[in-house]
Design a protein around this ligand. Structure first.
Ligand SMILES: *[C@@H]1O[C@H](CO)[C@@H](O)[C@H](O)[C@H]1NC(C)=O
Ligand SMILES: *[C@@H]1O[C@H](CO)[C@@H](O)[C@H](O)[C@H]1NC(C)=O
Length: 641
C-alpha cells in the first residue's frame, strides 16, 4: 500500500549487519537512529525545489570525509566533517550523491516530469536525486560552535575571524558508482550548493555482494542464488564441498523502465541508478533439510565470505516452518532521511534473523511491497544489504506488490504510479522465483506438508485471464495426501477492517478469485498491503462459515476435518508505517487485530498447523491460532480396502 500513516517508533539498533564486513569506523549510537520517521519525508520533494545561489559563502569552507581519500570498503560508516563555517545555520545540510557526475544543478525544463507525484508547485532542484541527506545540526555542537578554529588574528593576537566545524555520520554500502558529499544551505525548501567533497570511489566496484536464495522447485534438491556485481562476466557459486555452478548474468537499463511520453517516471529520470549486473546460478544435487556452505564470485572480482544455508524439507515430508510478512522496505542505518523510509523494517529483519538462528525456519515469504525503491533504484542495494542476514541463509520467497509493478500503460491491473516506473523489471531481476515466465510472476511450491500458491494481485486475475486459469489448474492438481495444507498468498487483501483511501479491498478481485479458494478448499490465505495484522473466521462472501474453538491451552482452533471456508490473515506489518484500526469495528468476521510491527511464524505438521503473529520489538506472540485435521495419508492407510 502507498499511503503513509503516522507511527511512533522506538529507536532500534541493528547489530547483525556487519558480521561479514568491516564496519569502519563504528556505527553511530542507537539514540541517533531514526528520530524522524515519516512515510514520505520533506526530503522526498527536495528535487522539486528551485535552486538558488548562496549569498556570501564563507571563503574558509571545507567538507572532508573520514576515509581520507582511501577507496571505500563494501560497507562503512563515514564521518563527514564540515569546517570553516562562519555562521552555523539550522538549515545547513549534507547530501550523499551518486554517481558524482549526477547533476546537482536545477533542472527547470524537467518540471513536467514531477507532476505525476502530485506536487505541482515547484520546479526540481536537482537533476538527479540524492541517495540520502542529513542536517548539520545533527551534530549537537554545530549551532553553538563547539568546535571552533581561528582563521585570522588582529595585531594584538586576538582572533578576529572564527569559524565552526561539525561532523555527521553516513552509512554507505557498495553500490558500485562513486560517491560525493555536497553541502547545502537553505534547508530542503530553498537550498543552494555551498561546497562539494570531491569523488570517493569503492575499492572494488565489481565485488560480488547481496547473495540471496530462492527455492526452484518442490523436490528441495536445488537452490538458486542471486547476487549483484559491477562486473558482467560470468562468476561462480562454489558450494557443498567442491561443487560449483556458473552464473547467468542479467541487467536492466534506463530504457527498460516504464514511463509515459508526457510524464517521465522517477525510474527513467531523476531516480535512475545503474544496477550493475545481476548474477544468478542454481546449485543442484542437494538434499532436503541439509545445510551447505557456499561462496560466490570469481578469482578476478574476488569472493564473498563463506556462508551457510539450509535446504527446506521436500514436498510430502512431515513438517515445515516458515516466516511470512509483507510491506517491509528498508530504513537507513544512520540518522539520514531518504526519499522513502519504512520505520519497522530494521526491527522485523532483526527479529526474523533471530528466528532463523534457532534453525527452525525453513523459508521466508515476503508477500509484496519488497524494497519500496519505487523508481529510486539505488535503494534496492540498501534493501538487499538489509535482508542479507535472512536471505543468505534460507530461501527468500517473494510475491509482487503494487510498489514493484504498478504504472500507467504498463499492463498492471491498477493504473497508479506506485512502482515509480519500475513496472516489475527491477523486482523480477533481483527476485527470481519459480514463476511461469517473464512478467508472469505467479508460482506454486511445496515444502513439507504445505502447498503454497503465490499469485500476483497486480496482474490480471479475472475469470478469463491466464493467471486465473493457472490458479484454478494448480489448485485442482494438489495432492492432499502429499500436502494436506493449501496456503494461498497474494499482496492485496480480500478482507480488512482498516478504512483506507483509496480503499484496501477491490471487490472485483474478491468476486473473481474468492470462489476459487472455497472450491479448492484452501485452508489459509495470507495477504499484505494493509500495514497491520488481522485474522478472520473461516469466511466466504463476508459471512462466517466456521468459527474456531479454544483448544485445551486456550488457542483458537479451526477444525478443518469439517472444512467450511478459508481463514484470511493480513500480515502487512513488516515495516511500513502502521495502519490503525478504527476504534469500533463492527465486522463480525474480524477475530483478531494488531497494529504493531511483526511477522507471522507458521509450523505445519501433517495434522496440525500453528500460526503465530509475533511482535518484532518484543518477540511476544500477539495472536495465535491453529488448524487441525486428521492426517489424510494415515486415513488412507487405515481405510479397509
Ligand atoms: C580537509 O582536507 C583538506 C585537504 O586534504 C585539508 O587541507 C584540510 O585541512 C582538511 N580540513 C579539515 C577540517 O580536516
Ligand atoms: C499423492 O501422494 C501420495 C503420497 O505422496 C502418493 O502415494 C500418491 O501416489 C499421490 N497420488 C497421485 C495421484 O499422484
Amino acid at each position: 500500500m502507498g499511503l503513509s500513516g503516522s507511527g511512533a517508533v522506538a529507536s532500534i539498533v541493528f547489530l547483525g549487519l556487519c558480521a561479514t564486513v568491516s564496519c569502519w569506523p563504528a556505527p553511530p549510537p542507537p539514540e541517533m537512529l531514526h528520530e524522524s520517521f515519516a512515510g514520505k519525508s520533506e526530503f522526498r520533494t527536495v528535487n522539486r525545489r528551485r535552486l538558488s545561489s548562496c549569498s556570501n559563502p564563507s571563503p574558509y569552507l571545507s567538507i572532508n570525509v573520514s576515509s581520507g581519500g582511501a577507496p571505500l570498503p563494501d560497507e562503512a560508516f563515514l564521518t563527514v566533517t564540515v569546517a570553516g563555517v562562519l555562521r552555523p545555520d539550522a538549515d545547513d545540510w549534507v547530501a550523499m550523491i551518486t554517481p558524482c557526475s549526477s547533476s546537482v544543478s536545477g533542472c527547470p525544463l524537467s518540471g513536467v516530469n514531477y507532476v505525476q507525484t502530485g506536487d505541482l508547485a515547484h520546479l526540481p532542484l536537482l537533476c538527479h536525486y540524492p541517495v540520502k541527506a542529513q542536517y548539520m545540526k545533527r551534530d549537537p555542537g554545530y549551532l553553538g560552535c563547539k568546535t571552533a578554529a581561528c582563521q585570522k588574528r588582529d595585531a594584538s593576537g586576538a582572533c578576529s575571524v572564527r569559524t565552526c566545524a561539525a561532523t555527521v555520520t553516513f552509512h554507505v554500502i557498495n553500490f558500485r558508482t562513486d560517491v560525493e558529499f555536497v553541502l547545502f544551505s537553505g534547508g530542503f525548501r530553498t537550498p543552494c550548493v555551498l561546497k562539494r567533497s570531491g569523488a570517493l570511489r569503492f575499492a572494488n566496484p565489481a565485488s560480488p555482494l547481496y547473495g540471496h536464495l530462492s527455492s526452484t522447485d518442490s523436490t528441495a534438491t536445488s537452490m538458486r542464488l542471486t547476487w549483484v556485481s559491477g562486473d558482467g562476466r560470468p562468476q561462480q557459486v562454489q558450494y557443498g564441498g567442491g561443487k560449483s555452478a556458473t552464473s547467468q548474468v542479467a541487467t536492466f537499463t534506463r530504457n527498460d523502465m516504464c514511463s509515459s511520453p508526457l510524464l517521465p517516471s522517477p525510474a527513467k529520470d531523476f531516480g535512475w541508478h545503474d544496477p550493475g549486473y545481476i548474477h544468478t546460478a542454481v546449485m543442484t544435487g542437494l538434499q532436503p533439510s541439509q545445510s551447505y556452505t557456499y561462496r560466490y564470485g570469481s578469482d578476478s572480482v574476488g569472493w564473498s565470505d563463506t556462508n551457510t544455508f539450509r535446504m527446506p524439507p521436500a514436498a510430502g515430508s512431515d513438517e515445515t516452518s516458515f516466516v511470512i510478512y509483507g510491506d517491509m522496505g528498508k530504513a537507513p542505518l544512520d540518522p539520514s532521511v531518504e526519499h522513502y523510509i519504512q520505520p519497522g523494517s530494521i526491527s522485523v529483519v532483526k527479529a526474523v534473523a533471530k528466528e532463523i538462528q534457532t534453525g527452525k525456519v525453513n523459508s521466508v515469504f515476503h508477500i509484496g511491497d519488497i524494497s519500496y525503491a519505487t523508481g529510486f533504484l539505488v535503494e534496492w542495494d540498501f534493501f538487499l544489504n538489509l535482508i542479507a542476514p535472512l536471505a543468505s541463509r534460507v530461501p527468500y520467497m517473494t510475491a509482487i506488490g503494487n510498489h514493484e509493478r504498478d504504472y500507467a500503460e504498463s499492463g498492471s491491473v491498477y493504473v497508479t504510479p506506485d512502482s515509480g516506473g519500475e513496472c516489475g523489471v527491477a523486482y523480477e531481476s533481483y527476485f527470481r522465483m519459480p514463476a511461469v515466465s517473464k512478467d508472469k510472476p505467479w508460482y506454486s511450491i511445496e515444502q513439507g506438508s504445505v502447498h503454497f500458491v503465490v499469485m500476483s494481485t497486480e496482474h490480471k486475475w479475472s475469470e478469463m485471464s491466464e493467471q486465473y486459469k493457472w490458479m484454478n489448474q494448480d489448485l485442482s492438481s494438489v495432492n492432499r495426501s502429499r500436502t494436506p495444507w493449501v496456503i494461498f498468498i497474494g499482496h492485496r487483501p480480500m478482507y480488512s477492517s482498516h478504512v483506507g483511501i483509496p480503499v484496501n479491498v477491490d471487490l472485483a478481485f474478491v468476486a473473481s478469485v474468492e470462489p476459487l479458494l472455497l472450491k479448492h478448499q484452501v485452508d489459509l490465505v495470507f495477504f499484505g498491503h494493509v500495514h497491520n495484522y488481522e485474522r478472520t473466521c473461516a469466511i466466504y462472501k463476508n459471512i462466517c462459515k466456521g468459527k474456531p474453538k479454544k483448544d485445551e491451552s486456550g488457542i483458537d482452533t479451526y477444525d478443518n476435518s469439517k472444512y467450511t471456508a478459508p481463514v484470511h490473515a493480513t500480515v502487512g506489518a513488516g515495516g511500513f508505517s502502521l495502519d490503525k484500526f478504527p476504534r469500533i469495528v463492527l465486522n463480525k468476521w474480524s477475530l483478531s487485530r494488531v497494529s504493531e510491527f511483526g511477522y507471522a511464524r507458521v509450523h505445519a505438521t501433517r495434522g496440525d498447523m500453528l500460526v503465530q503473529f509475533v511482535s518484532s520489538s518484543t518477540m511476544e506472540v500477539l495472536d495465535q491460532f491453529r488448524f487441525v485435521k486428521p492426517d489424510p495419508a494415515r486415513r488412507l492407510r487405515n481405510k479397509p480396502v
